[in-house]
Design a binder for this molecule. Structure first.
Ligand code: UDP
Ligand code: GLC
Ligand code: MN
Length: 337
């Protein structure tokens, strides 16, 4: 449908990689909706060209940053102030309805049925289920709503320093008013459910329609071995219980996105002498920005156990790393012995 669109956001070339995989996954599952990506000036020219191959519309917007280091520090995610840039999605009034999806999400089946939902429909946040997670939501573009959101951001700010805090304050009736606006968790499944409720994940995980790589470590921060078609098992990175979704992300990246990056000279042709697995490893660690190099994401800094405890208590568990289910189990086993 021409007047409805999926919308995502990328403020730099790393998140563009995510946006490309998301767009490609939506196409693979034959969406009939438009694909729109919001970008900011930091996104390099070659990457914009690649985005044109996947998205119907690319819109350049200004960065909106909360600059709220105090609240962002509570989440241990200082980089998320820029997520207020997401608010620009309400300006897309050429569409009657949209589904916003974070660039770190990927669809596993067609989800066009979400457009039957009303604003603001979203799935519960796994850390605080009376709040919705703003990684996937259905909304109606409106300049009036956009202005009200900006006004709220200026006057009151966001309780988490990012868009999710602000949106939950603005759409505060979500938790209690209309169950139709609660999307099932399978539309925004984050790996956090692995350790917080593993039996439910085992029972219902296979029904997932959208996977959300929520947290500091994103799929593009891992190294993929195209020979074994799996994430490289780094002994310093504690084991992952279910790497299937990460492997799926990488499979989509290698199959559908890497050839586009090669065509645009962002990555050297994998066939010219370099072994494929070396290339993919290089890609996962390099900055894809040819015009405006950005430094590759640095691994999360080592934490003291006090800091880790604090983070855990704030609901910011490093579920793919130090706080993975395997590690928790190992710890429990030592108590039980
Ligand atoms: N984002 C971005 N650049 C950034 C940080 C975030 O473009 O530096 C966008 C991107 O679409 C991302 C979304 O904002 O998916 C929310 O951030 P993130 O997914 O990192 O937050 P999380 O879901 O891990 O809390
Ligand atoms: C959340 C959401 C993300 C949002 C961030 C900042 O964890 O997953 O979409 O941008 O918080 O509010
Ligand atoms: Mn996200």
């Amino acid at each position: 449908m021409a007047d409805q669109s999926f919308v995502t956001l990328a403020t730099n070339d790393s998140y563009v990689k995510g946006a490309l995989v998301l767009g490609s996954s939506l196409q693979h599952h034959r969406t009939i909706k438009k694909l729109t990506v919001l970008i900011t000036p930091q996104v390099s020219a070659p990457m914009r060209k690649v985005l044109e191959k996947v998205f119907d519309e690319i819109l350049l917007v200004d960065v909106l940053d909360s600059g709220d280091s105090a609240h962002l520090a509570l989440m241990k995610r200082p980089e998320l102030g820029v997520t207020l840039t997401k608010l620009h999605c309400w300006e897309l009034t050429q569409y009657s309805k949209c589904v916003f999806m974070d660039a770190d999400t990927m669809v596993l089946s067609n989800i066009d049925e979400l457009f039957e939902k009303e604003e603001l429909s979203a799935a519960p946040d796994p850390g605080w289920p009376d709040c919705f997670n703003s990684g996937v939501f259905v909304y109606r573009p409106s300049i009036e709503t956009y202005n009200h959101l900006l006004q709220l951001a200026t006057e009151k700010g966001s309780f988490d320093g990012g868009d999710q805090g602000l949106l939950n304050t603005f759409f505060s009736s979500w938790a209690t008013t209309d169950i139709n606006k609660h999307l099932p968790f399978i539309y925004n499944l984050s790996s956090i459910s692995l350790y917080s409720y593993l039996p439910a994940f085992k029972a219902f995980g296979s029904n997932a329609k959208v996977v959300h790589f929520l947290g500091r470590m994103k799929p593009w921060n891992y190294t993929y071995d195209s020979k074994t078609k799996s994430i490289k098992d780094d002994t310093s990175d504690p084991t992952m219980v279910h790497p299937e979704f990460l492997n799926m992300w990488w499979h989509t990246f290698i199959t559908n996105i890497l050839p586009l990056l090669e065509q645009h000279g962002i990555v050297k042709d994998a066939t010219t002498g370099v072994k494929a697995e070396e290339v993919t490893e290089a890609v996962s660690h390099m900055s894809l920005s040819a015009a405006a190099p950005t430094s590759p994401p640095s691994p999360p800094p080592a934490e003291s156990s006090e800091e880790r405890k604090e983070r855990w208590e704030q609901g910011q568990a490093d579920y793919m790393g130090a706080d993975s289910f395997d590690n928790i189990k190992k710890k429990l086993d030592t108590y039980l012995q």
